[in-house]
Design a protein around this ligand. Sequence first.
Ligand SMILES: *Cc1c(COP(=O)(O)O)cnc(C)c1O
Length: 354
Amino acid sequence: MRHNFGAGPCILPQEVFKQAAQAVLDFKDGLSILEISHRTSEFEGVVDEATRLVKELLNVPEGYSVIFLQGGASLQFAMVPYNLLPEGQTASYLDSGIWASKAIKEVSTFGKANIVASSKPDNYTFIPKDFEIPADSAYFHCTSNNTIYGTEMFSFPETNVPIVCDMSSDILSRVIDVSKFGLIYAGAQKNIGPAGATVVIVKDEILGKSGRKIPSMLDYQIQASNGSMYNTPPVFSIYVSMLNLRWLKSKGGVAEIEKENKAKAYALYTEIDRNPLFKGTCTVEDRSRMNVCFVMNNPELEKPFLKFVEDNGVEGLKGHRSVGGFRASMYNALPITSVHHLIDLMQTFAEKHQ
Ligand SMILES: *Cc1c(COP(=O)(O)O)cnc(C)c1O
C-alpha cells in the first residue's frame, strides 16, 4: 500500500475511486458518465446534489450562491478583481505566500492592490497579524492555508470590507463561518475532488457593482444564474467531487473530519518537535494542519531519509523547492494510519542515525 502525502492533485478515498471507476463504465443504463449529455436530468441531478452538499457541509447561509467553474484557483486570481474591483478603486491583500502573491499580480490589470502586510522577507514562515484594512478597500483578499509553506490562518480580521478568501487547500477540513466572507474559492484538487473544477461560494449582494463589462464566462452573476451550466461544465470532476462530498457527509461532516485532522497534525508535529533529527519550518501558532513542512537539522541526511521513506511506501513527501526539506500533506482522505506509518519511519531512521 502507498501512503500518499502529495500536495495536490491529492489523495481521495478509495471508495470514491471505485465508484468513479464504475461510473466511467456504467453510470446509467450502460452509458458512461463521460458520454452522457450534461443537459440530461441525471447529470443535472449530479450538479444539484454537489451544490447542495457544499451548502450543507459548510452551512452556507441564505443569500450565497455556490458555483462550479473551471480554470482552477488561478483563474479566480483574475476573476475576483474583474467582478469586485471598480475602476480607480483599491483592493487590499495579505501577502502570506506564493499563491497570495500570484493573486496580487493579477490585480494590476484592473486596478491597484494595497498590500496590508507581507511575511515574504521571512520566506513566509508565519501569518502576519497586525495590519489595518482601509475602510475604502473594495475587498480584502487572503489565503487561509499556504500550501507551499505550511501556514494556516486560524482567525480572520473583523472588518466591514468583504473578505475574499482562497481556501484551495483547507476548505472542508475545518468548520468555518461562511457568513464572515464575501467570497470563498477553492480549486477542487486538494480537498474536494479531482482537478478540473473550482468551487466558488459568493454572497450575491456583493456582485454587479464593479461597473465593468465582464465577458460572460468570467461573470459570477451569469455563472450563478445558470447554475454552473452556462457552458459544458467539467462533468467528471463535478461527479467525483459529489462522490467525495457524500463520503465526507457519511463520515459525520466537517466537524468530525476536523477532529481527525487535528489528531493527525498533533501526532506529526509532536514527533517533529521530539525527534532530534527534525525541525519544523514555521512559527508554531501558525502551523498548518493540512501541509506540514519540516527539514532535518543535518541537511545531508535529507536525501537518504527521503529514499528510506519512499522505499517504505511513502509518496509525495518532498518539500516544495522554495522551502526544501519535506512537506507532509494530510488532506481529509489521508488516514491517520498513514501518519502513524510516517512517524514510525522517522523513529526508525533516527535510531539508525543517532
Ligand atoms: C494549489 C493552489 C492554488 C492553485 O490552484 P490551481 O487550481 O492549480 O490554479 C491556489 N491557491 C492555493 C492556496 C493552492 O493551494
